[in-house]
Design a protein around this ligand. Sequence first.
Ligand code: 13P
Ligand code: SF4
Length: 303
Amino acid sequence: WAVHAPYVARINELKKERGAVILAHNYQTPDIFYGVADITGDSLGLARDAARVDADVIVQCGVHFMAETSKILAPEKTVLLPDMDAGCSLAEGITGADVRLLKERYPGVPVVVYVNTSAEVKAEADICCTSSNAVEVVESLGVDRVIFAPDKYLGQWVASQTDVEIILYEGSCEVHERFTGAEIETYRRQHPGVYVLAHPECPQDVLKAADYVGSTGHMIKHLDETPAKQVVMITECSMSDNVASEHPEKEFIRPCNLCPHMQRITLPKILAALENMAPEVTVPEKVIAGARDSLQRMLDVGR
Ligand code: 13P
Ligand code: SF4
């Protein structure tokens, strides 16, 4: 903490002067998560909070698509992203033109896009979803089949939970695709009785081997309900660091796959963003309207 303390103090001071709130994703490191964040959560929670938070400035501690989502839902606010290179392999794997091609290939079939996409992709889609509400969103459309993009693993997970036919796209998360079912079996051998929670961006053999599958927010909530003494969270490893301090009664086995994009956000960059009021995320007006419709339809479905 000695290294972080001066940054934490200055950021918290400057945040008040600027009328800013800091929204931090569950994957942010503990110095950010506990030191300077005003609101923490999963993608869906942060999207909801961006729309209702009472502040002129949002500092998004997360990746670019999350900052864009905040801007789309709160266009009157200034949205700062401390490092503009904080991307996401899923968002980079699909463009608006790809969605148009999908629509030509499957005329009349609704397109559901994961929130881990650019504003342009959201604007081309019919509705967005996050890993918290993907099944509900797909079922809310009342159709026999949907196109689901870009995460093939989340799409496969949704397909296993619903009778709606899912047309998949070839995208994946560079962090979660590295986990394997064999790894889970090893944890079970080494720690008999361990409770395994996994994010649905993981491959199917991982999800089949897990005790619980859910978004980052749902995993955190589920931890409160499980009496297991030893747990392993198959997701980005900063999250275990964050939740471990709230569950001293549990032992966390920590496989470590870090998201290089999330890790780009640091205290010095947050301070610089507040000092310079930059870098600022903007979305062209004509894209905002379409992207907002897709996000709003998702928010109307609920969690
Ligand atoms: P959540 O919606 O579960 O927070 O996931 C976001 C994400 O990027 C997972 O890799
Ligand atoms: Fe994107 Fe994967 Fe990083 Fe989440 S963990 S932001 S899906 S690259």
